[in-house]
Design a protein around this ligand. Structure first.
Ligand code: PHE
Ligand code: ZN
Length: 882
């Protein structure tokens, strides 16, 4: 039963009555309605009798009136698809309770009581993967954001903090390993069964609860903290997967050390467990002392994982570990504050990865994600501030805006304060709010007091959605250059009028002739306009702006192609250099897509790009990892995002055309690069990783102009590969070509890795994201493959998310791609609404696509709107149409 569809009971609250008036409208929760919970729940005791088909849970809560809240005689315990089998208060059978929708309301006579409620759960039937569920024969939980209420009746909100004592018992053979948060305090045998008792000394909200039971083996190690505490570390996996856990363990130890050194944060238990599960809605989860991970972010070896996979594991292990302080020790008051933990923790994991590898390359990758995913979100119907004002289903707000823009907002504070003062700010934040459920406002105040920043106007970054656009115009006369800056924050749903925001811009001016750079300056543009004068330039200098991507904005600058080529070749800020090259290419592609480009102008544009690329290929000061970034053409999605309304087919044709023309112009150079890189033996060093990156890129370029020769080279690379990066790269190139080697390699790859789910995911994803003209037909056929299932989110994403992110296939002119995604949503929604709703945003782009396709996209959204949908999917569909 769906909570918001239940008609209000006579004693129901007003929210429920609203739902009854308009049964199709789900209730909106508003940030301004926050009220502290009337009851404290200092202690929770749980007793689990484990079984895959049925698990019985007795949950005992000690409750007392919250002196900081308005008193209430009843306590509302949230539930979701569970029923109270038995209710006792202070040990006595109790009848003074009723149901309000899925919630249990218990009336209590006094100020302090003990409430015990028994529930029965069916984990094997739980396909939503929220609450307690079965995965590969093991039992595991996922509680964030509101999954705990699918296990036990509880005030399931992050500002209710409790210490947990958990007893679990189950069959020894089915569940030899029994894990929970905190420390193992006792265990024992009981015939065929055994039991374990866990205690977590740190008060936590219910969303951080976790329990795992199953046949697992551990990679065990230890870490000694700066305070001398020895922490036992375990990474729990399926028996055969143990050899693929080494990288995750190394990443964990590096994370623990780094957080001590850079943020002064020490781990606070004697035990840290990580469990890998193959059915998981997200990447991983930071449950206290018991992180649960998608296998994708744990398992890796060179034979089955790419360099990108290795980096992803390092980043996610760090992210979840860092949550122990930014999220767990200091948690969120309510879900509107989600970016308090997520934005901050993403920034922390980004800084960590910058320190572990190439900082400039990591920065460019992070900006690419932001611009590829968050910018479109911010300019579409689902735009929301990093601290939203309302939601219907919180699962829909685990967005790139909350995570990635949230990280950028905190990064701007760091840029303005400098690393030392920023650290003083975070120290103060942790000190002030340790053990509390805090707000974004608390964080900003700690930054003001600790880092010495004035953030009065800066708070707008929390309140206003939309990506600011900064226009930069440089004038030159006499010996003075004058820079005119102005900003505009676009209207977003519910926010028609915006105020100017403080935008920290790192900038510098280059002397054109000497190529010398003036001092780098940090300018905060905080009004609508700002004018800055720079004397001492006999000739017009070249402006380098938003260096290091100091602000998450769009820059529109008046700059000649010539100046862009100058920056692309000479700028000493790696991001600015990358940016100049991207801008040069985007400009060229847009001009081509506009249909007004003369043959000569096109040739001229291609020549300018080829010159800049030639410089990148020839520059011996560049390492290959950075070279690989510079060689990457801007994505079709990014190009589309710069246009009012895009024609995806035209952008695709232009981009492929440019790729082919570059390959023809630089054939010798790409071949030489390929040869050089192919001679580098396998290693995990930056040099070898860089070589692998540029090798496959050279191949991809060559494939655009010389498909037959490239196919031969790719097949050879495929067949002789001694690692997954090379093998997948070669297969990626082949999959996009209409050649016999394509089929042979795909068959070989499948046979070689059959049974390894993560690698078979790659096999699906490669075909769904391919440049092949028949990609859509391939996806349709793969949906009927015996290895395809809607029950496993990784598999669903590997086929359909890859497809929805592949513009030339998804945007098939007849609308077939849109229909396939709508069909998927309808089929998946009853099984796993959280994953289904994630497929709505691609259709939600309809207003930004050319009219013909736009109408077809909208028609599919309307088709969805007419169906009986989950709250998750219904919210995204109605916002997308609204
Ligand atoms: N809190 C998790 C993270 O960011 C993400 C997550 C959200 C996982 C909801 C599961 C469910 O690390
Ligand atoms: Zn997180």
């Amino acid at each position: 039963m769906d909570i918001a569809r239940t008609p209000a009971t006579p004693d129901g609250n007003p929210e429920m009555a609203d739902a009854a008036v308009a049964p199709k409208d789900f209730v909106s929760i508003r940030r301004e309605d926050y009220m502290p919970f009337p009851w404290l729940v200092p202690q929770v005791a749980m007793d689990f009798a484990l079984g895959l088909d049925e698990t019985r849970v007795v949950t005992t809560l000690t409750v007392e009136r919250n002196p900081a809240a308005e008193a209430s005689k009843t306590i509302r315990l949230n539930g979701d698809e569970i029923v109270p089998v038995e209710v006792t208060v202070d040990g006595e059978g109790w009848s003074d309770w009723c149901m309000d929708g899925d919630d249990l309301l218990v009336t209590l006579p006094g100020a302090a009581h003990t409430i015990a409620v028994t529930t029965h759960i069916a984990p094997a039937a739980n396909t939503k993967l929220m609450g307690l569920y079965a995965s590969d024969g093991m039992l595991c939980t996922q509680c964030e954001a509101e999954g705990f209420r699918r296990i036990a009746f509880f005030p399931d909100r992050p500002d209710v903090l409790s210490t947990y004592r958990v007893r679990m018992s189950g069959d020894r053979e089915a569940f030899p390993v029994l894990l929970c948060n905190g420390n193992l305090e006792a265990e024992g045998e009981d015939g065929e069964a055994h039991w374990a008792e866990w205690h977590d000394p740190w008060p936590k909200p219910s969303y951080l609860f976790a329990l795992v039971a199953g046949q697992l083996v551990a990679n065990s190690d230890s870490f000694t903290t700066m305070g001398g505490r020895e922490v036992a570390l375990n990474i729990w996996v399926r028996d055969g997967d143990l050899p693929r856990t080494g990288h995750a363990m190394e990443s964990l130890k590096k994370s623990m050390k780094w957080d001590e050194e850079v943020f002064g944060r020490e781990y606070d238990l004697d035990l840290f467990n990580i469990v890998a599960v193959s059915d998981f809605n997200m990447g991983a989860m930071e449950n206290k002392g018991l992180n649960v991970f998608n296998t994708k972010y744990v398992l890796a070896d060179e034979e089955t994982a790419t360099d990108g996979d290795f980096d992803g594991i390092e980043a996610v292990i760090a992210h979840e570990y860092f949550h122990n302080w930014s999220g767990n020790r200091v948690t969120c008051r309510d879900w509107f504050q989600l970016s308090l933990k997520e934005g901050f923790t993403v920034l922390r994991d980004q800084l960590f990865s910058q320190d572990m590898g190439s900082a400039p390359v990591k920065r460019i990758e992070d900006v690419r994600i932001l611009r590829g995913v968050q910018f479109p979100e911010d300019s579409g119907p689902l735009a929301h501030p990093i601290r939203p004002d309302s939601y219907q289903e919180i699962s829909n707000f685990y967005t790139s805006t909350i995570y990635n823009k949230g990280a950028e907002v905190i990064r701007m504070m760091r840029t303005m304060a400098g690393p030392e003062r920023f650290r003083a700010g975070t120290d103060l934040y942790f000190e002030r709010h340790d053990g509390e459920a805090a707000t974004c406002e608390d964080f900003v105040r700690a930054m003001e007091d600790g880092a010495g920043l004035d953030l009065k106007q800066f708070r707008l970054w929390y309140a206003q959605a939309g990506t600011p656009k900064v226009t930069a115009r440089l004038e030159h006369s006499g010996d003075t250059a004058t820079l005119h800056l102005s900003q505009h924050v676009p209207a977003t749903p519910g926010q028609p009028d915006k105020k100017p925001m403080p935008i920290p811009l790192k900038l510098a001016l280059y002397d054109r002739d000497s190529r010398e750079r003036g001092a780098e300056q940090l300018v905060v543009l905080d009004g609508e306009e700002l004018t800055l004068g720079y004397p001492g330039f006999a000739t017009r200098p070249v402006l380098s702006i938003n260096r290091g991507f100091s602000a998450p904005i769009v820059v529109e600058r008046e700059v000649s192609s010539d100046e862009l080529v100058f920056l692309a070749t000479h700028d000493d800020d790696p991001f600015a250099r990358y940016e100049a090259l991207q801008e040069l290419v985007v400009r060229h592609l847009k001009a081509g897509a506009s249909g007004t480009l003369s043959a000569e102008a096109r040739q001229e544009g291609e020549l300018a790009v080829a010159d800049a690329m030639a410089a990148v290929l020839a520059d011996s000061d560049l390492d290959d990892l950075m070279r690989g970034e510079l060689l990457l053409l801007p994505s079709e999605t990014y190009v589309a995002e710069t246009m009012e309304r895009a024609d995806p087919a035209v952008i695709h044709a232009e981009r492929q055309g440019l790729r082919a023309s570059l390959a023809r112009a630089l054939e010798t150079e790409f071949l030489a690069l390929y040869e050089r890189a192919a001679a580098v033996p396998f290693a995990m060093s930056a040099e070898a990783k860089g070589a692998r990156k540029v090798k496959t890129q050279a191949l991809a370029y060559l494939a655009a102009a010389f498909p037959d020769r490239a196919a031969e080279m790719a097949f050879a690379q495929y067949a002789s590969a001694d690692n997954m990066t090379d093998r997948q790269g070669a297969l990626m190139v082949l999959t996009g070509l209409d050649v016999v080697e394509r089929t042979n390699a795909l068959i070989d790859f499948y046979n070689r890795y059959q049974g390894n789910a993560l690698v078979i995911d790659k096999w699906f994803a490669l075909q769904a994201s391919s440049m092949h003209p028949h990609c859509l037909e391939h996806v349709r056929a793969l949906a009927d493959h015996r290895d395809f299932t809607l029950k496993n989110p990784n598999r669903v994403r590997s086929l359909y998310m890859a497809f929805a992110a592949n513009p030339h296939a998804f945007h098939a002119a007849d609308g077939e791609g849109y229909r396939m995604i709508a069909d998927l949503i309808l089929a998946l929604d009853p099984i796993n609404p959280q994953t289904a709703s994630r497929f709505v945003p691609p259709l939600g782009r309809w207003r930004r696509i050319e009219p013909g396709r736009s109408a077809l996209m909208k028609a599919q959204l309307e088709r969805l709107a007419a169906a009986d949908l989950s709250r998750d999917t219904a919210e995204q569909v109605s916002r997308s149409l609204g």
